[in-house]
Design a protein around this ligand. Structure first.
Ligand code: AMP
Length: 249
């Protein structure tokens, strides 16, 4: 992580950083790809905080939709709990509402979207219309064995959605979130059969999405590294210090 005292003024840092990436200054988009259990959500929160962008997690949005009453909510709940994917149509529709919100006018970090080639093409179209440059795509790589072990002991805050792991990175007060003190629960899709299905779905659908971005602004990350090390790597990929020197020269 960037040491305190080395951080340039936040406005200059952001402008230089995004210009160096070829983004327009109107919108910036970071996409996090990776299987369930790869740590997308944890890294997403860190990156969103680091670059002051909203984090959009389609999993969280869908879980909120699933809590409503009615046949659509019930269908979403059943799909999530089984470890399968919700339809492209429904997810893209959900994303239109999110991406169009004033919060997202400067950009966003996407966790769990796009998950299919259809969703990736939909996002391309959206970014084109919004006048944004190429998104930065980060794929968190982890083996299915490590992902499975992580998912079995994953806990999530009922209020803020922060993810913990009861074995690997527990909260300070067992069973409660360090950020807001609310209870931590096991997700209903973290049962062994759902875990197997969601990892299988990921193996089936990830390749076309990765292919879609591979020749663009795409980087693989070793998801077994600690979140702090991953942030350092992302900062290194983006080379803000070098970009700052170039801008000053
Ligand atoms: P996540 O929190 O990202 O692990 O997502 C939890 C569940 O939400 C997934 O297993 C899917 O059922 C559903 N989901 C999340 N994002 C998407 C997406 N982009 N497309 C389809 N289904 C999704």
């Amino acid at each position: 992580m960037r040491k305190s005292g080395t951080k340039p003024s936040s406005f200059t840092a952001r402008v230089v950083f995004w210009r160096a990436l070829g983004f327009t200054l109107d919108m910036k988009c970071i996409i996090l790809l990776g299987s369930p259990g790869s740590g997308r959500s944890t890294l997403g929160r860190i990156l969103a905080k680091r670059w002051d962008l909203p984090l959009i997690s389609t999993g969280d949005l869908l879980r909120t939709s699933a809590e409503r009453i009615g046949p659509v909510a019930r269908a979403i709940r059943q799909t999530i709990d089984s470890g399968n994917l919700v339809s492209d149509e429904m997810v893209n529709h959900l994303m239109i509402g999110q991406l169009g919100s004033p919060d997202c006018a400067d950009g966003f970090v996407l966790d769990g979207f796009p998950r299919t080639a259809t969703q990736a093409r939909f996002l391309d179209g959206y970014l084109r219309k919004a006048g944004a440059g190429e998104p930065l795509v980060l794929e968190l790589k982890v083996s299915p064995e490590v992902a499975t072990e992580r998912l079995k002991s994953r806990l999530q805050c009922v209020a803020c959605g922060r993810v913990y792991n009861s074995k690997l990175w527990p909260s300070g007060h067992p069973g409660y979130c360090d950020d807001d003190g609310m209870p931590l629960v096991q997700r209903t899709d973290d049962r062994e059969d759902s875990i197997m299905t969601s990892l299988r779905r990921y193996a089936e659908t990830a390749e076309p999405v990765v292919e879609h971005y591979k020749n663009k602004y795409y980087h693989e990350l070793d998801a077994t590294l600690a979140p702090g090390s991953l942030l350092e790597i992302v900062e290194g990929i983006l080379e803000p210090k070098q970009a700052a020197r170039l801008a000053v020269a």
